[in-house]
Structures are given as C-alpha cells and as structure tokens.
Ligand binder design. Structure first.
Ligand code: ZN
Length: 471
C-alpha cells in the first residue's frame, strides 16, 4: 500500500482510503488571472503522477481540482484591462488547460468553478455565524480563529505563536490579525452575489472547503497543494470545517517549490517566474515531467536550461530503447518461439517472472515509499542500460522483456516513450555491408563504409551484435 508523508501528523503513513479501492483527492487548482508558470506545472505534474500511480495499482480515483474564477486578482486584472472578470477568467482558464494538456496531465475527474458554488458558500458562512465562529464588519464577514482550539495544526504552530508573527493589522474591526474574510462586501463596480450581508463575493478559503466537501463528502481521503498553501489557505479551510463539526481531509500532501535560478536564464521571464509557454518553446514538455520525477515531490527543484537539458538527454535514452524494442519485435519471426517476438508477446505482464518482473517490482516498491520517484526513475534508467547490454549481446528476448517493463513503468507515471526517428533502409544497408566487410576482414572497406554513414549524419557504434547506427 502507498505510504505518504502527512503534513498534519508530520509522519509517513499508509494511505487508507474511506472506501477500499477508491481514493478521493482534492487538489487546489488555479486562480485564472494570468498565464500558467512552471510552479503551476510542477504541482499539476506531482498530483498527476500520484493519480496515475494509484490508477496503475488498480484504484479508482476521484480527482477534484477547482478553478477560482472570482478573486481580487481577477477583478484587478479586469479593471486594468477594461474588460469583465468573466472575460479574464475564461481566457486564462483556456490557457491553463492548454498548458496542462501539453504537459500530459490528465483532466481532473471534476473541475468545480467557484462561481457555481456561491449559494453553498453563503450557507456555510451563515452556519459559521450562527455558531458564533464568524462576525460581520463594515467590509465583510470574518472567521474568528479563536473558535478552533487546534488552529495552527497544519502550520505546526500554536495560536499564540502565529498571532505574534502576524502582520500588523490595518483593519481595526478585526478581532485578531489571523481572522480571515469569509465574505467580502462589493465595492462599486465589482461583481457581486446576493447574501444576508449584502452584495459581495466569497473569500478564497471558503471556496475550497465548500467544493471539496460538496464533491468528495466528509472525511475525504487526501487534500493536496503546494507548500505555500499550507498556511494560511489550508489551515483556514480546515478551521471552517472543524467549526461546523464536519470531518475534513484525512491526509494532507504538499509539494515543494520551484527554484528558477542559476546563471543560465531561459529566454523570457516574468519577474522571476518562468511561464510554461516559454518552457514549451525551448524543450520537449516531457523533459519537465522527467525533471519532476527525478526530484522528490517534497523537495525544491531547480529549473534551468542545464537541468532541463539533462532531462532531455535522458529522454533520448528512453526513446532509443523504444526504437530498439520495436526493431527486436519486427525482426523476430512469428514462428520462432525463442526470438524476441515470442517473448514480446508472451513474456510481459505483472505476473511474469524474471528480469521484467523484477523491474516492475522495484518500481512499485520505490513509488509506494512516499512516492520516491527519484529512486524509481534511477531504477528504470539502470534497467535501460541492462536492456541495451542485452540487445547488444543479441539476447533479444531478455532485452525485450526489460524494455517492455521500463516502458510500462514510465507509462504508469505519464511518461510515454516516442520512437526515435527511424533510420532509412539505405543507411541500414550500408551498416550490413560494413558488417560483411568486417567479417571478411576487409577493414579498409569497413572504414570507408563507416565514414560514409557518419557523413550522412549518423553515429556508428560497434557492438557484439554488429554495427549499430543512431541518429
Ligand atoms: Zn484551495
């Protein structure tokens, strides 16, 4: 079973779900007021990898991720650009899903929009006010954090220490600087919805608590997001749920941040924030998924041209392997049981024994240990090396078995191999002529054939199985 680090308990524990075989995940999504950047890409990849791995292990996953389509930032942007906040939100939501699709992220199974849940949010705020956990001021309705005995659970700080660290408050009507807005009364010209406190809009922390409980139910399995959301966003979501007596998320998962630094800058940047669209211009989007896989999800990652370039080179090795597997399968005679084709058809599958089964077993074991994707990925690259050794030694069956396991495991975390560009038959024929020349000990002919192949832009390698040509 998957073990995950739980932010609330500070321990790594088994993910025991409410319903066996089914996991309900709520992942805080995007506030759509600007183009998505690499930090958004990372959290989307982390939770896509988690979801895909759970599905690979046979679980059904309810993956809910919201779109915050009403917020101060959206309103500010709309005012700056003299257009409606709906217009701003629609444009950036489209950009968001386009970028996620380029990253190969599955669409969440449900995508609630904040503006579709305003009525339920008003109900929650009314319930909180009815219990004395919320109070009205001239500009909105606030949650009184003193109403929750264990406020600070996720931050791992006491209410007193959080209070002393809080910023000096300008709003004198708030009872504590930690109290947060549940409802914001509309200023002239702002979008608004009706409420018992007059026209206004909900606060961000109220959106997620309402949508997660509405779609996944009380005590849902896991709540995730970036580490920057632990406090105050997730602390405040939880506080509202506790204050109305509803069990909230059983587990909390948070991913580390992205550090874009180093001397080698990428082409364009918005302040220090690199956009996903810039990244896609410069690199295979799969390289970013691989970079995310090669880092532990709780650790920071550094995204530079160097780290992305290294990931692209590693991808070449995966793509090359996929090409070699296809060649081995094509070369095998259907009637030849011992050849690669026979093995390729019959030797795969999780229940198999031997080299492929060992690759799968090690992969699953690493992934189940708090998603140790760096360990799992290193194991798969080691298996790529072994598969190439086997193919070089003309052990096609072993090579194919290893290659299939590697492709399956990478596929389980959303990284698909592409066939490396095919080598034209005329070039392959030059390689075969070179092998015949070498077999006949005509080394000067072999050398000139090598020079001819290299002159066409290919790399020539000598292997025990003969000449190997790569682009
Ligand atoms: Zn949220």
């Amino acid at each position: 079973m998957l073990r995950l680090h739980d932010t609330a308990s500070g321990r790594t524990e088994e993910l025991e779900t409410r319903a066996p075989g089914r996991a309900g995940l709520y992942i805080c999504g995007s506030t759509v007021y600007g183009p998505p950047h690499i930090g958004h890409g990372r959290f989307s990849l982390v939770y896509d990898i988690l979801r895909r791995f759970l599905e690979y292990r046979g679980m059904a996953v309810d993956h809910v991720s919201n779109v915050t389509d009403i917020d101060d930032k959206i309103i500010n942007k709309a005012n700056e650009e003299h257009r409606s906040s709906e217009d701003v939100a629609a444009q950036y939501e489209e950009e968001w899903w386009g970028a996620m699709s380029s990253l190969g992220c599955l669409l969440p199974t449900q995508i609630p929009h904040a503006t579709a849940f305003i009525e339920q949010m008003v109900e929650l705020i009314s319930a909180l006010a009815g219990r004395g956990s919320a109070y009205e001021t001239s500009d909105g309705v606030y949650f009184a954090v003193s109403a929750v005995a264990d406020y600070g659970l996720l931050a791992h700080q006491s209410l007193d220490s959080l209070r002393s660290g809080a910023r000096v408050e300008v709003n004198e009507e708030k009872r504590s600087p930690l109290d947060f807005a549940l409802w914001k009364k509309a200023k002239p010209g702002e979008p608004w919805w009706a409420s018992p406190w007059g026209p206004g809009r909900p606060g961000w922390h109220t959106e997620c608590v309402v949508m997660s409980l509405a779609l996944l139910g009380d005590g849902f399995d896991l709540h995730g997001g970036g580490q920057d959301l632990i406090f105050p966003h997730h602390e405040n979501e939880r506080a509202q749920s506790v204050a109305v007596g509803r069990p909230f998320a059983r587990r909390w998962m948070h991913n580390g941040m992205v550090e874009a630094r180093g001397g080698e800058k990428m082409s364009k940047s918005l302040g220090n924030v690199l956009l996903l669209s810039d990244l896609f211009e410069q690199t295979d989007p799969r390289a970013y998924r691989l970079l995310v896989l090669q880092s532990h999800y709780r650790a920071p990652i550094e995204v530079t041209t160097t780290t992305l370039g290294d990931a692209e080179s590693a991808l070449d090795r995966l793509d090359m392997l996929s090409g070699r597997l296809a060649e081995a399968v094509a070369a095998a005679e259907p009637s030849d049981e011992a050849a690669a084709g026979g093995s390729a058809a019959g030797g795969s599958g999780a229940g198999g024994s031997g080299a492929g089964a060992e690759v799968r077993r090690a992969f699953v074991e690493r992934m189940q240990d708090d998603l140790d994707t760096p360990g799992a990925t290193a194991g798969l690259f080691d298996a790529i090396r072994k598969a190439n050794v086997a193919f070089d030694a003309r052990e096609s069956s072993r090579g194919a078995e290893l290659a299939q396991a590697v492709l399956e495991c990478f596929g389980a975390v959303g990284l698909e191999a592409k066939r490396a560009a095919e080598i034209p038959e005329s070039v392959l024929e030059l390689g075969r002529r070179r092998d015949r020349a070498r077999a006949g000990r005509d080394f000067s002919a072999a050398d000139s054939l090598r020079a001819e192949i290299v002159g066409l832009g290919y790399v020539v390698e000598d292997t025990p199985g003969g000449t190997r040509i790569r682009r």
